[in-house]
Design a protein around this ligand. Sequence first.
Ligand code: FES
Length: 290
Amino acid sequence: MGRTQTENTTEPIRALDPRFYTDPEVFTQEKERIFFRTWQYACHEGEIENPGDFVVFDIADQSLFVMRDANSVLRCFYNVCQHRAHELLQGKGNRKLIICPYHAWTYHLNGRLKAARNTTAVRDFDASKICLSEIKVEVFCGFVFVNLDSDAAPMNDWYPNAAQDLASYVPDIDRYRLLWAHNADEHCNWKVAVENYNECYHCRVVHPSFTKGVIAPQSVDIVPQGYTLRHSAQGVVSDKASYSFDDTTYRVIYLWPTMSIQIYPGRVVNTYWWRPKSLTDPSVSRLAHT
Ligand code: FES
């Protein structure tokens, strides 16, 4: 049976109490205290290169979109109209203006209200005071992150040296572009998925092609640093390797709580992005970049 970690460092670290994986109240608190206060992945910068490009995404039950405005400034907004809270955008695409599909309030790409029909007779209506609710954005080695907490510390405080280290592993990482995406539902609590990702005890059993053709499992090391976990391993150097590569190191920087960037031998970059939708239903996206 699991128990929570104690202050006594001589005690072995054990799994969280089971209720942390099954109690809906815990998930409600996680939304408020974790997902709405941590840096969350939104999309890759290459998906929103031009003014007006946008991508809609969710953080738990909140719909948001990132957009490049007319001056190419990257912005993130709640995907909610300021009039009667209708959803504004879906999917991804490009807009010259943001027009609400309900009553056609029209916003500039920087979120400011441009026009609202039939409001000239509305007393004290001042369009210049109305703007979509904006959220913090940072670009991290080409990956766009947002934080719903307006007081959140910058990513470099949360993940010290992570961006610099990634850039030293893959010098042109910020010029990589999204190549391929695979989405899947994992029918478990999001912490089970993340905890599984951050151990390789299962790798020999579950991922034999990985442990025979890509990395030497006995060389796996995982070290915490700030709110990251740094994985490293030696790539397989033999005719059994799944592919040929010059740089033989496998490295991972897991960014707590729901994103991880992997550098496979040969500087192949892919990412894991977990999106907890409910207590027992995280969606995971595996994204490859080139
Ligand atoms: S809800 Fe958007 S214009 Fe009315």
